[in-house]
Design a protein. Structure first.
Lengths: 121, 108
């Protein structure tokens, strides 16, 4: 079964850090673009960051540029998101998603269940 | 940045009705558009990419059309299980992979 499982969310104070992980199974992880997408409570979807199959191309949304770092370990089929200098507006469910090859890797066909990040004092 | 505007923001229709949701890009994006369905309490699901290509396993009552700046998602015969929020997403140009604001579909 093709699956993405996120972990690492939780409650953190403003200015703090968290590292999210996403473990993939059921497909050849090292051939796909991977992304993080977030959704604040009761709000819409917001793309956060992407990384290509070998980690050589990385891009970020303006709202997280300089604070978040995406990475991957293809030997472990795992995607990461290091989040620093967290703000209240970063509070959201964070989804790990797989990029569709036929859509330049930039539409998302497989989604994890999401992990909640709450930034609050 | 290219903005994606969906309309309406919500709609209520009867079972069996034809439902159309519109997504407009502030600049041309060719056919680099995807549609997603998010049922209450669930994760999003890809319905359509490349504006009109149905993702595997998606019922044929869903269809997409458009190119350039104007796109539509059509549900040919609304079913109770289609109650959800629908999002469009442009993917023509990273880094901005922008979603529309969503359209909430309910049964009348």
């Amino acid at each position: 079964e093709v699956q993405l499982v996120e972990s690492g969310g939780g409650l953190v104070q403003p200015g703090g850090s968290l590292r999210l992980s996403c473990t993939a199974s059921g497909f050849t992880f090292n051939t796909y673009w991977m992304h993080w997408v977030r959704q604040a409570p009761g709000k819409g979807l917001v793309w956060v960051s992407r990384i290509n199959s070998d980690g050589s191309i990385i891009t970020y949304a303006d709202s997280v540029q300089g604070r978040f770092t995406i990475s991957r370990d293809n030997t472990k089929s795992t995607l990461y998101l290091q989040m620093n200098s967290l703000r209240a507006e970063d509070t959201a469910v964070y989804y790990c998603t797989r990029g569709v090859a036929a859509a330049r890797g930039n539409a998302f066909d497989i989604w994890g269940h999401g992990t909640m990040v709450t930034v609050s004092s | 940045d290219i903005q994606m505007t969906q309309s309406p923001s919500s709609l209520s229709a009867s079972v069996g009705d034809r439902v159309t949701i519109t997504c407009r890009a502030s600049q041309g994006i060719s056919n680099y558009l995807a549609w997603y369905q998010q049922k209450p309490g669930n994760v999003p699901k890809l319905l359509i990419y490349a504006a009109s290509t149905l993702q595997s396993g998606v019922p044929s009552r869903f269809s997409g059309s458009g190119s350039g700046t104007d796109f539509t998602l059509t549900i040919s015969s609304l079913q109770p299980e289609d109650v959800a929020t629908y999002y469009c997403q442009k993917y023509n140009n990273a880094p901005s992979l922008t979603f529309g604001g969503g359209t909430k579909v309910e049964i009348k």
